[in-house]
Design a binder for this molecule. Structure first.
Ligand SMILES: Cc1cc2nc3c(=O)[nH]c(=O)nc-3n(C[C@H](O)[C@H](O)[C@H](O)COP(=O)(O)O)c2cc1C
Length: 353
């Protein structure tokens, strides 16, 4: 089946595939631009986005805000007319400043999860940037859309649903992640029905995208048959030539076996999926003292005195000079990846050509 192009409000998405945001430094301009050029929606992660700039160590916030414009410009140059947006974790310290900068730079979309992005519409009001929350349950979907409706008299432009097979932070309790009877498809159908209520209320479609374990063209057909308008894919894009991750990070993906996947506890307070390595073993053995706080998370999400380890510090390692010493997030399908590819090749495969 050919995948239909869709509209997100007034934006035309030629291929209904969103490349999921991957922080730190895994989805930056190169990857997002290449995906957008191939007709998908390219997403840059805002998490410590400025880590390559000289001012980052002295003033991470300033570097990150500056890098938003730089990365978007670079992605747009690659993408030609394609769509490019940002992923911003709702728990980001100075969330408002990040969102306002992204809006000022005129990104096409903002996708926000890792907690509920209750205030997102307040900071994008009056702009052309389209917004989507990431949810993992009907309950979360209802809470965020009700809140936006009551407080801001607005709704989402689209929704990203993340299932338990996704990489990085997961919106589930650990027992749910290991419960073989948990039926995400059933939950997804409920989320689509919940979204539909708000679509009717506001008189416009709210397309739903599913992410988490989407690997083949047939998987995409499955989610479209359930009522989704598209999918969000991340893990598969890591082993492309265009992905911004260091080659050692990509090699860790190619070498990973199913037994190497671990559910770890993140300082954000959510479980997360990562590849077992030096870091996971060290953190399992006890608290890793913080070397340097770069103020990545808001204080309500990170108690600097008690967290088991600093998430920025270890994600920065995996995006930098020591990938194998750092925290390597990955989705549950990582062990299926056997070779490097390119974004156009992967997009062609997913589209089913
Ligand atoms: C390396 C990596 C980093 C990620 N970082 C983020 C992030 O910063 N913010 C976020 O909302 N999701 C993040 N995710 C989740 C992806 O955006 C995506 O929704 C999910 O991984 C989709 O499942 P898949 O990897 O099986 O395709 C990350 C995933 C990976 C693999």
């Amino acid at each position: 089946m050919a995948l239909p192009s869709i509209k997100i409000a007034d934006l035309n998405l030629t291929v209904p595939i969103i490349q999921g945001g991957m922080g730190i430094g895994i989805s930056l301009a190169n990857l997002a631009g290449a995906v957008a050029k191939s007709g998908g929606l390219g997403i840059i992660s805002s998490a410590q986005i400025g880590f390559k700039l000289p001012e980052f160590e002295r003033n991470p916030l300033k570097a990150n805000l500056k890098a938003i414009g730089l990365e978007l410009k670079k992605a747009r140059a690659i993408a030609q007319d394609g769509l490019v947006g940002f992923n911003v974790m709702a728990s980001t310290f100075h969330y408002e400043r990040y969102i306002k900068e992204i809006v000022a730079q005129k990104a096409d979309v903002i996708i926000s999860g890792g907690g509920l992005p209750t205030q997102l519409p307040e900071f994008t009001k009056g702009s052309t940037t389209k917004i989507a929350p990431i949810v993992s349950s009907q309950k979360a979907c209802k809470v965020v859309l009700n809140y936006w409706h009551k407080k801001y008299q607005t709704t989402a432009d689209f929704i990203v649903v993340e299932g338990p097979k996704a990489g990085g932070h997961l919106g589930f309790k650990v027992p749910q992640l290991t419960d073989e009877n948990f039926d995400m498809d059933q939950e997804l159908v409920k989320i689509i029905a919940e979204t539909q209520k708000f679509a009717e209320l506001y008189g416009h479609e709210i397309p739903v995208f599913f992410g988490g374990g989407v690997y083949t063209h047939e998987d995409i057909e499955h989610y479209l048959a359930l009522g989704c308008r598209g999918v969000q894919v991340a893990t598969r894009f890591v082993v492309t030539a265009e992905c911004d991750a260091p080659q050692a990070f990509k090699d860790a993906y190619l070498m990973a076996e199913e037994k190497d996947l671990q559910i770890i506890k993140s300082p954000v307070g959510m479980p997360a999926r990562a590849i077992d390595n030096y870091f996971t073993q060290k953190s399992a053995a006890g608290r890793i003292p913080i070397e340097k706080c770069r103020n990545c998370l808001s204080h309500s999400h990170c108690d600097r005195k008690t967290i088991p380890y600093c998430i920025s510090e270890h994600l920065l390692k995996s995006a930098g000079k020591n990938p194998l010493q750092g925290l390597i997030f990955a989705g549950a399908t990582v062990h299926r990846l056997k070779e490097m590819t390119t974004v156009p090749q992967l997009m062609q495969e997913l589209v089913g050509k």
